[in-house]
Design a protein around this ligand. Sequence first.
Ligand SMILES: [Zn+2]
Length: 348
Amino acid sequence: MDRIYPIVPELKECVLAFSTNDKKQTEHILIGELQEIRAALNGSNTARILSETKRPIGSLIADCCHSIPGVMSDIRVALSTEESSQNLEFWNNSINALNQLYNSNNESFKFFALRVWQEYKIRTKNSRRNTDDMSFFINFIEDLTLPVRLSLESIIQKGQSGLSDSPLDYFDNTLLNGSAKLFYNNENGVQEYIVADTDLMPVVIYSLKHIYSTHQYFQRCKVCNKLFLAHTANIPTLCSDKCRRTQSRLNKRKYDKAKKNISYEKDYKNSYMYWYNKLEKLKKAKVVNYEPFEKAFQSFCMDARVKKRAVKDGSLSVSSFNSWMLAQRTKADEIMSQLLAGQSHIEK
Ligand SMILES: [Zn+2]
């Protein structure tokens, strides 16, 4: 088994720069070396940016709502015990996970991979590995991954549904110890970028503040399960016209099914009464030999019960059940008229 190495570029000062455009309802994210991002925002065309995305607002927070249970601690353990080389399979799995984070479409995961690798390289280059270094590394990873270690989505959704004037009231102060820089550029007016080098919580708060100022709130679509922005926090809504169409199709199917169940039950009841009333009529008319009708009625009831079960489990269609019941009514008519005819024959 060959040893796998990270494909993550080694940077000196990796940052994530974030800005929102309230008019276009988009967010702009750049990840890369601090000076390169500074240059890019100043209009340089040659600045080397590792990742640049323009997405609908709320996308970075949605990225941070994905958890990576166990992945970061495996990566940390693999990086802290590299020299021992005792467990090559564990190392390879963990480095594969690191590479996957870097290659993912999740901008926060990409940033984590770059920062972890940068920090690891600095630690191993500058000093011999010691326990102080490793505890620093553990604390660093905990700060870095804070938003995904929290249940960010449930904190946000719970907070939003409260009646607080300030939607940020619901974050515990201990989560807000991190800091970030601000950058400005003068493209289409003054544009402000918040720049984080480790803790993404200031960026999360910055983004939430903008989102709430436009009266939008996070909801999870109950059709496609996507996290999206709705204009209300407390009334469940769907994310798109596509999901609204899907929902109305599902509603119609549910309604039709309920209606179908009612219609065949109702048809059965009507047919039963049809037979029953005819039998009563025969008895009232003092038809002496009404037993053939009674017998046919009993077998109708027995067959109908079997067929009703078949409709319920889907092996018989409602329309075949209906036409069978219709045929049974004709049969009841025939037996009755035969019996009445026989009776009148006797009377004559
Ligand atoms: Zn949806």
